[in-house]
Design a protein around this ligand. Sequence first.
Ligand code: M6R
Length: 606
Amino acid sequence: MCGIVGYIGDKDVVDVLIDGLSALEYRGYDSAGISVVEDDKITTIKAEGRLDNLKNMIYSRDKINSQIGIGHTRWATHGEPSDVNSHPHVTARLTLVHNGIIENYQEIKKILVEKGYKFASQTDTEVAANLIDSLYENDPIAAIKKASEIIEGSYAFAIIFNDILNKVYATRSGSPLIVALGDNEHFLASDVPAILKYTRNYILLEEGDIVELEKDKITLYDKNLKIMKPQIHEATWTLEQAEKSGYEHFMLKEIYEQPKALLDTVESRIIEGLPSFERDNIDDDFFTGFNRIEIIACGTAMHAGMIGKWLYESVCRINVECSIASEFRYKNPILSKDTLAIFVSQSGETADTLAALRLAKSAGVKTLAIVNVNGSSIAREADYVIYTYAGPEISVASTKAYSVQMAVMYLLVFKTALVRKLIDSKKASEFVGQLLSAIDSVNDALLLSDEIKEYVNNFLDSSSIFFLGRGLDYYQSLEGALKLKEISYIHCEAYAGGELKHGTISLITKDIHVVALTTQEHLASKMISNIKEVVTRGAKVLIFTKKGYEVDDSAYKQCIYLPKLDDMFMPIVTVVALQLLAYHTSVAKGCDVDKPRNLAKSVTVE
Ligand code: M6R
């Protein structure tokens, strides 16, 4: 949600800021803006809508000669997308960009209004900017620190003060921010891809840190204003990974990257044919230290959690709850000492998942994070972390991150079963072999792309599509429906095959589209009955089943055959077909595949 960038050095700041904002546009695209230091004053340019609008505005005016600036790409929270609500926000004494939400902005605004401050926008950010302005007595660090004691909520700020035009200030609490180090230059960014074109070295700001950036110097203060020695990290991602590399969309590239992402994630955790989490500093004792599991996540990551729940319950017979993070944190969850809480997140910054993690930690529960972004808040705060190696996922619709999250779930379950002697080494190694074969079969699932592309022409006028499945296929239906609706804007709903006739079947009329998954052999005959129920009512059914399974052709408009795997491993290939279904529908409908309306990649507000 919102991306911020900053730069101070010798380069043309406009180019650097625009490059950074392009890399961060997935975080929000309601408006964009920059402020640069030019001729001893700050010039601000902002535009509603996509970054291209801002670029047109900048490049159609006289060239800006500046080497210091800050920039922002917005996902609107307070105040509609508009020029006036766009960042940067300018006060009498400073210019500021913000990522996060100031929860008590109304109270602060009231006090500031009484002091004579005037507000042009409806944003919480303008309030924060004026708060810092009101506290400023020629000491930026003191003003930022005082403001942090008043502000409730989450923020990453980058600020330039009118009377100190050769420095950029920044701070964070609850929203991510990194400082990157180049040659006689420093960068600020919400996420690593924004700096990869220029440098690989960066510092992760901790909660409450304040940083003063000069061209050739960083002064880092912790939340108690103690000067700290920055710890420098090296990015593991490359610029090529964060680029489209010839694909029309990031989503398509990321779908095709799945075989590699899966292998990278899994192979590094197989030792002598058996699952091992040694490289994650998780030893065997860990796997005997819990009797129930809570899996907590949002959206697609939560769907990966559901696969984990199914696997844990069926292989290890351990009781697992899988919760939406925003529900979990407010339901007074039952967290006993024998609970393991697993948090799943691509970004590692999702506000609700992070808050749920903090809640679980405060209850004294052991926490494990499955995260894709190195050094992200969830990864840093959990007791244990298992990184997925999907590389940067830029498309808002999550694809490869989901697959690798599932793969980690398989390995965790096999490892738990092995340590608890529920299976022997032979069986564990057989399971691992099946997982590797499933990953190999993803290449075959990708070959279905053309067949799926042709079918989606049937969807173009659909107002509603229903997804049906049972068991693991039900969880995949949820993910398939989410993917299709988020990028094609067609209403999609997923139902457990047996559940439809408890209400929703009244919506099935002639020509309504249904996507039915029948990859689970032990449930196939039940699914076929459910499919017949909708066909009888005029639905047009697309079935995904596995090779070798014969489906009576009166039950479908089209049947697409997935690679044949044991039922338990079918989700690895099924989801690829569902991702392609969503992708091709979105393209055929002319939607903005990678940046669907109203969404942002990293949901850092609750
Ligand atoms: O970064 P996270 O995995 O925590 O994000 C959670 C959800 O916001 C995310 O999975 C979302 O549902 C996907 N973009 C949907 O494709």
